[in-house]
Write a protein that binds this ligand. Sequence first.
Ligand code: F0G
Length: 434
Amino acid sequence: MRSSLVCFNAACRASFDINDIIYNCPKCGGLLEAQYDFSGIDAPALKRIWRERRMSNEPLEQSGVWRYRELFPFLDDYANVVTLREGNTPLLQSTRAAAYGGLKNITFKHQGFNPTGSFKDNGMTAGVAQARWLGMKRVACVSTGNTSASMAAYASAGGLDPLIFIPNGNISYGKLAQALEYGAKTFQVDANFDQILALVRVLTERLGIYLLNSINPFRIEGQKSIVIEMMDQRDWKVPDWVVLPGGNLGNVSAFGKGLRELHALGFIDRLPRLAVVQAAGASPFYEYMRDKGSKPFAAQGHPETLATAIKIGDPVSWPKAQFEIETSDGVVEKVTEQEIADAKAVIGRSGIGCEPASAATLAGIRKLRLDRVLDYHADVVAVLTGNVLKDPDYIYRYHTGQLKAPDGSSIAPNFGNAPIVVPNDAEQITALLA
Ligand code: F0G
């Protein structure tokens, strides 16, 4: 099947070889995306084949990404694929979370069930496959934590050397620990995510290292599988809304592209509306879209949020994200630190749990519902992007009333559940439980 890299900028649309090692359009500097000749795609037949693959013991078919490879056919063969059985993440319902959000029902697509505990694995298996196909030996990324954990795992599993660059003191220990354990050479840089991305781009260019940030179009291709799998699990019934947190805005770009392709190829009969939720202290996309893109995009120099995964002030993929929000008649919302913390605790009390950035979804839903953007009966899928164990420090502080927002203000443990210190005495404990 013919595939190419095409400039996303509508005024350019220059086309390049799929195997060129480029991350921006060499002509205009725009973002790149993979494009394919999809003629011959037979949606009903593929739906059957994808379902049958779930019963296979073949690694490629067991992957919740590669099972759907017909919709991202950028590889000529699959010998270079490294799979840790990514994807295969569940749809979970919660009455408690629905009530908190003001909805009749809510469905969580929980990407925290991935091998390294975040949605990054869906894209990383694709990016690492392309790196191996290109014969690259070293791969690099800057990360707020999850991308680096995922890249470290997939690169090491595939015999590549992972180099990761992280903002010093600004990623959770769970994520840093993963990168170290998976064998990444880890550089802690005294700068924020946006500044380090510029640095890593210089280094990868200079040293011939493959860049695996979400500006890499193959990561976006892999992340499309999240919505493809979600639709497969829903027997192709389109939800009214898909809600996700926004940081660097790669994921919303992937969701939008995947859904548009599913629609164009006849897998689904309409597009769901996309809702992106940002932390109030790191909300440049919210600010930009509030003005309906009428003012130039303005980066935030000092993004601040305890949801460190989305602490990004200059998201590279904003032009794609804008296109996907507009095409799907979507919205962008922002939520406070208190709102994120409380929504997170409610998701936890549902027995589901997630990391702080993921909880921006439920906090955003509650707000959009109060503003009457969402209907009580709306069919809503919220994507939980990371596992509850990614940031245990945040959890402990919240439940014990010690969590402080970046501005120093205290976050109230409205759904707190502090541990109770007791003597080793059955009588006293019995009295407490009576
Ligand atoms: N949720 C989690 C848990 C994340 O780790 C990220 C991004 C996002 C949401 C936002 O996704 O960037 O595609 O808009 N984490 C990146 C990282 C930046 O380095 O791990 P996005």
